[in-house]
Design a protein around this ligand. Sequence first.
Ligand code: ACM
Length: 696
Amino acid sequence: MDRRRARLSILLILSIAALAAEGAAAVPAARPSTGTEAGALLDLMPVPESVTARAGRFRISEGLTIGGPGPATGRAFKAAARFMSRLTGRTGLFIEQDWLAAQRPQGEAGIRYAFERAGGLLPGEDESYTLTVGADRVALAAPTDLGVLRGLETLLQLLSADEAGYYFPCCEIKDRPRFVWRGLLVDVGRHFHPVEVLKRNLDAMAAVKMNVLHWHLTEDQGFRVESKVFPRLHQLGSDGQFFTQAQVREIIEYAADRGIRVMPEFDLPGHSTSWFVAYPEHSSAPGPYAIERRFGVFGPAFNPADERVYPFFDAFFKEMAGLFPDPYLHIGGDEVEGHQWDANPAIQAFKKKQGLADNGALQAYFNGRLLRILTKHGKTVVGWDEVLQPGLPKDIVIHSWRGPESLVEAARKGHRGILSNGYYIDLCQPAAFHYLNDPLPAGSPLDDAQKALVLGGEATMWSELATSETIDSRIWPRTAAIAERLWSPAAVRDVEDMYRRLPGVSLRLEELGLLHVKNAGMLLRRLAGRSDIGPLEALAEAVEPLEGYKRHGQAAYTSLSPFTRFVDACAPESPEAHVFGRDVERFLAGRDRTVAASLGVKMSGWRDNHAAVLPYLAAAPALREIEPLSLGLRRACEIGLEALAVLVKGEGRPAAWAEDKAKVLAEAARPAAHAELAVLEAVGKLVRAAAGKAGR
Ligand code: ACM
């Protein structure tokens, strides 16, 4: 099957007459964004390969049953149980089937799932499914139980409601992923994120059909996994914040139940300070070492010239290979800073003796030795794109982060590859940016055989600025857009349609225990010391954390810094600011009075919010840093309202007026509280239109 050439085939065949007979005119209460029978079919995320709408509704009653093959310990049964639990949660229905204890014979059930075999947790395993919703039966068929899991998520997304109750719209969906590797990296090194954080994020990954958790377990700032062979690694390198081996197994099992592989990363030979707290003798400089608290690229690196290093890794990876069943193991390899190697005469002599021209060649030598060890222990090696050095064995998978070129270069050299460049969700960039970033973009220079080597991609949640309280909001919902890029046909690229669907996905993730929405309120309540935080929430709607690495320039952050400030309660991409920007565009395109009225209400609210914010600042010193943001928002909205009034009246303003306003907006654009206003570009458009297109 050639997944990469999956053809977009979205057919929405609506029989208007049949729908009218069904009473489709009613607006479904549970899905206010959808006005037609096709509604929920159009809201799916990721978009399936093929969707055919049919007339009719499968009604959900308390007598609903589900059944399929396989034992109660099987992955499909457990997924069906979770499906029913989520369905009862959403509908409030007291569904009668004792689905936790017993399974309906497949032939009797209202929802029947079927699969031929248990899927293996390997890239390329069949995850396809066919979902047929008829008025009397739902049939979900898949070659493997993994397909059943993916199909059950689709079915839940189809839940709709009308005046008669809940239903699934009749349809036929045929679906399969475009890419076999759809991952999320979670960095538990810079900030530790315990078991419950990983579990809820695994649930969220499954909800959007992602299938790899890349567990970044070791960093300068922490060694996060228990080693029974070298216990001082986690004892001295983690501040007591590490995963026991029992917890590792628990996570792997939890992920496997959701059809998700777990690939560990041990970042070597750099990013390794925490290892040297216990074992300074394996570094390239004497030490002693302490756990790194700052962020950046640091000197400590393993000593490739010391033969004692390799038996150490042999014993360590023998242990880890037994703990982590995934056939892939990531050795990192990024950002080896090189100073320790340059300053060590024994390493310099070793390079000369081995004919290693530079530190890249020395790292390649080290990688070659690690590769032999890991191959012996049954692992396929993955490494960041720095490992792509001349002579690298072809079976190493290249993980592209510095630029998409390395993915192309890797494929040309015969390596399989994974893309993360463009999926750095820690940088707080808009979902649209990630969404349009394609591992195999149109115009890719690769031929078909080379394209087949591109396995997919991974969103990377680096944790310098994310704690367990904030990590969900840094991952979700934007990662759902990346999940769609990696699952859906390449032609699914309508950015505004993605933004239309994203809030629904975000809402549904909350039922899985994700804290991306509710923790914002918690953070603000804690800062304010009171429970009525409306004005702070209104300001947060218009504010986003500084993008890219700019936030690091605002303070000397360490892993011990507070990540409990206003900026940490702000979403990386504010949905309200996005809607505001889109409405400004809509208004400027059509001068629609209704849109103008809603823009007016929004800007008046934000303008008047400043007075309401001030008492909070007086009472909470930690909030005082947000005053410039609040004042800037007031000023920007005063300007926006003036420009809007000019445009609504069909008047114009001179260029000098626009220049004055642009200066005020530029002042408001200055970062404050490690954040910035997210609505200024849209206000600027109103101002320019008021000056430039007078009387239109
Ligand atoms: C990386 O971001 N250093 C892989």
